[in-house]
Design a protein around this ligand. Structure first.
Ligand SMILES: [Zn+2]
Length: 275
């Protein structure tokens, strides 16, 4: 197989679960695709642990459809690998699969979780992507899939963990222009935002009874989280957009540049993130 050859900028987001990319980088993907780039969301597990009433193949099928709709709302496409949710391991086989996904899509920017996280699937997704980042340039590793000529910048998704270090907000973007797309992308994961997350998060009793009310409630939670990110990274928003515009950003997503990927120079930043 040859890597795809056209030169539009490409964003490849890796999540452990079928909704992770939408939640952490749905706004970035929407900005990216509206600027003319291509985006893909890859989930390393099948989502089969993410429900309290459903399980097995019916849940996997439902989450696959939700992920396709979620990615579409952000202008992206969706790939779901068949690792069992809750059981992801950083095996050689998975490392090779990640290398293959990266080479075939030939991204300019990769997004993945950090390796400090409460969820083992998130941690191991971070490990697998970071392990792939050097080896993807080594032709003798996964030799049947050629090495693309792009050396991607690697970004860590935002999180609130403080040990060993809080996330450094190297790239913080206003998602105000694409907020509706981000909300739609996350909301597409109905099994999660309307059912599982309220149950496991202990706020199911706060949810309205009707579907429209529940969707509105889910929207409010996603928007509130994006407002919290904007507040937490206000200084980075001001540095990026200027004092007045930066101060008025309401919703944001933040990312840290990994030192295992290509460096994000000022010139590369201007080219890759022109929004
Ligand atoms: Zn997750």
């Amino acid at each position: 197989m040859e890597p795809e050859q056209d030169r539009s900028p490409r964003l490849l987001c890796f999540g452990a679960h079928p909704d992770d990319c939408e939640i952490k980088s749905g706004g970035l993907a929407a900005l990216w695709t509206r600027a003319g780039g291509q985006a893909r969301f890859v989930a390393l597990t099948d989502g089969s642990a993410g429900h309290h009433e459903l399980a097995g193949e019916p849940l996997v099928r439902r989450r696959r459809a939700e992920a396709a709709a979620g990615a579409r709302a952000a202008g992206a496409d969706s790939v779901i690998l068949d690792n069992t949710d809750g059981m992801l391991m950083p095996t050689l086989e998975n490392r090779f699969r990640v290398i293959r996904e990266i080479r075939l899509f030939a991204p300019d920017v990769i997004v993945c979780p950090r390796t400090s996280d409460y969820h083992p699937d998130h941690r191991y997704t971070g490990v697998l992507v970071q392990d792939a980042c050097y080896l993807l340039k080594v032709p003798n590793i996964v030799p049947l899939v050629p090495v693309p000529d792009r050396d991607p910048v690697v970004l860590f998704m935002d999180d609130r963990f403080t040990r060993p270090e809080p996330l450094r907000p190297d790239v913080v973007v206003s998602i105000d222009p694409v907020l509706e797309a981000k909300l739609a992308a996350v909301r597409a994961h109905e099994s999660q935002v309307l059912e599982w997350l309220p149950w496991i998060g202990g706020y199911a009793d706060e949810m309205p009874g009707d579907r429209a009310g529940r969707q509105a409630y889910a929207n409010q939670r996603v928007a509130a989280a994006a407002r919290e990110v904007a507040g937490r990274y206000r200084a980075a928003l001001v540095a990026r957009y200027g004092a007045e515009a930066g101060a008025s950003v309401q919703h944001a997503e933040g990312f840290e540049v990994s030192e295992y990927g290509a460096p994000l120079t000022d010139a590369a930043s201007a080219t890759l993130f022109p929004f």
